[in-house]
Design a binder for this molecule. Structure first.
Ligand code: ADP
Ligand code: MG
Length: 557
């Protein structure tokens, strides 16, 4: 079979490439992700064909190689995948972009970044023209009797297919890098991009060689010697832990992977291995980090992959908002990666994934709680914030979390909601039959109120985390017949009859006098002065404020 053909592609637009170049330019490093992904796909395909018995030749060791030639100003991506025949080049390479060209021109206005364009129009291969003005394919198909083929295109709509020179199965793509893109001829730059997108690709990616120390016998003293040896520099881990079964992994594996992703982080608290294949496909490992004060720094730490190709660390909408502080990876071919945000929010898979993650996190917390209450309580300081945030913002999560959420009091004791009600209901019920939970949002400032409450056998909850303001209102809405009062509020002092039993050493008249003096000094509405007594361990005078008035005031701030 002789393959020699020249042709012109007829499209309405004279030249699609200037448009592609212009629009993809801001993110042009993506070209490498696309070409390497194609090479990986090609290798995976030949493996599958072999497994299916449709290919019986040598497989060789699967490899994709990236090389930079600074002199010639080229970047080549070589794979030993399934290769292409000339017919296939025409079908897969020529048609891909060109057939969709008019549609592309029609729609490119709406696309916001390179990701969108590439995904929508199957322009993965053509992203090469963002950095190259001439692209060459040398390929040899696995098919019996296939002849090597060569395709060259200079970025115009003209291509040329001729007999190729490749002697072994697979494809070599050479980019003649254009003048504006010479930064990509730098080894460090390429390595950086490969590391970003390809760190966990399923096929070994070679980029040059490196020197390693290998054992080399012993020296005179019998100590082991090493010798430097040149080996392939493989930039990726082909089977990262999220692709494995949880049963095959130890805690050390999960921790090591965490360290690989976030080298300078403290160990995480725990993790959740995600693995589902119906109704959508998703794998991943999510880690609960130790909460630091700089929440913003910790956001967007989840990396999104599609078939082990890194896509983005923008996982908004896919991961519920309240879990945005989690770390780890999610890999799903079912997340539409290349469409706009609004579409993503409406996508049914994305919604399902979002609730799946919520459920998994809730189940994991329940499991930790059931299995090891003490260990769970120790972690509560770190996870409490997530849980409360989740309860406030997601009804479904709230329904589950109410069984494992903890309330912590000023004595640092933890209770579930049910336990707490049981604990305080006999002491802290008001005249209307509501159980009153007393809380402090600033224990250092409210210490005297806390002490005084404790003396009356009232329990005081700690509500001093950033979310607690909302959490207090949330609890009031969700817990039946329950009111929450801040420890310095006036109501906290008037709960049960026994208050009245505390005897003041002052006569009623004297008390009034003292109260009058304090009241004069206080002008804020809603404030109350109470003169309790003058025995040494009693606060003689308390100044309190209506819970309602105080909340109004807080809201106005
Ligand atoms: P996509 O990968 O989304 O299909 P691309 O534009 O990246 O779109 O590639 C178009 C097609 O070209 C691929 O589907 C594949 O059939 C073919 N192709 C590209 N690169 C290779 C390669 N290295 N080996 C074999 N076929 C390839
Ligand atoms: Mg592709």
């Amino acid at each position: 079979m002789s393959i020699e053909e020249k042709g012109t592609i007829s499209i309405h637009t004279e030249n699609i490439f200037p448009i592609i170049k212009k629009f993809l330019y801001s993110d042009n490093e993506i070209f490498l992700r696309e070409l390497v992904s194609n090479a990986v796909d090609a290798v995976q395909k030949i493996k599958r064909l072999a497994a299916l018995g449709q290919y019986s030749g040598e497989l060789g060791s699967p490899l994709v190689e990236v090389a930079v030639d600074k002199e010639k100003k080229t970047i080549t991506i070589t794979d030993n995948g399934l290769g292409m025949t000339a017919e296939e080049i025409k079908k897969y390479i020529n048609q891909v972009a060109f057939s969709g060209a008019s549609e592309f021109v029609e729609k490119f206005k709406d696309a916001k970044d390179a990701n969108e364009i590439i995904g929508k129009f199957g322009l993965g291969f053509y992203s090469a023209f963002m950095v190259a003005d001439l692209v060459e394919i040398q390929t040899l198909s696995y098919q019996e009797g296939a002849e090597p083929a060569k395709w060259v295109c200079d970025g115009s709509t003209e291509f040329e297919i001729t007999a190729g020179s490749r002697a072994t199965r697979g494809t070599e793509i050479t980019l003649h890098v254009n003048a504006e893109s010479e930064e990509f001829l730098d080894n460090h730059k390429i390595e950086e991009i490969l590391d970003k997108y390809g760190k966990f690709l399923p096929v070994p990616i070679k980029f040059g060689t490196k020197t390693v120390q290998e054992p080399d016998g012993e020296d005179e003293e019998g100590k082991p010697k090493t010798i430097g040896a040149e080996v392939d520099n493989i930039i990726n881990t082909t089977n990262p832990i999220w692709t494995k079964a949880p049963a095959d992994l130890s805690d050390a594996d999960y921790l090591a992977f965490y360290k690989q992703l976030y080298p300078f982080s403290e160990d995480p608290l725990f993790w959740i291995h995600l693995n589902v294949d119906y109704p959508f496909n998703l794998t991943g490992v999510l880690y609960f980090p130790k909460v630091k004060n700089d929440f913003d720094m910790q956001r967007n730490k989840i990396k999104l992959f599609s078939r082990q190709v890194f896509i983005t660390d923008e996982v908004k909408d896919i991961v519920p908002e309240f879990l945005m502080l989690l770390h780890g990876v999610i890999d799903s071919p079912d997340i539409p990666l290349n469409v706009s945000r609004s579409f993503l929010q409406a996508d049914s898979n994305v919604k399902k994934i979002n609730s799946y993650i919520t459920k998994k996190v809730a189940d994991k917390l329940q499991e930790l709680f059931n299995k090891d209450r003490k260990g769970y309580e120790e972690k509560w300081g770190d996870i409490g914030l997530f849980v409360k945030y989740g309860m406030v913002s997601e009804e479904k999560f709230n329904d589950k979390a109410k069984d494992f959420a903890l309330l912590t009091n000023t004595k640092n004791e933890n209770f579930t909601f049910d336990e707490y009600r049981e604990k305080v209901k006999d002491f802290q019920t008001d005249k209307n039959g509501q159980v009153v939970y007393i809380y402090s949002n600033d224990p250092s400032k409210q210490d005297s109120f806390i002490q005084s409450a404790n003396k009356k056998d009232y329990d005081v909850l700690l509500m001093n985390s950033p979310i607690d303001n909302h959490f207090v209102s949330h609890l009031e809405q969700k817990l039946e017949k329950t009111a929450l009062k801040r420890v310095d509020s006036s109501v906290a002092d008037k709960l049960v009859e026994k208050d009245e039993a505390i005897e003041s050493v002052l006569t009623e008249e004297q008390s009034k006098k003292v109260a009058g003096i304090f009241e004069k000094a206080i002008t804020k509405p809603g404030m109350h002065v109470e003169v309790v007594g003058l025995n040494p361990d009693e606060l003689p005078v308390t100044v309190t404020m209506d819970e309602f008035m105080r909340r109004m005031k807080d809201m106005a701030q």
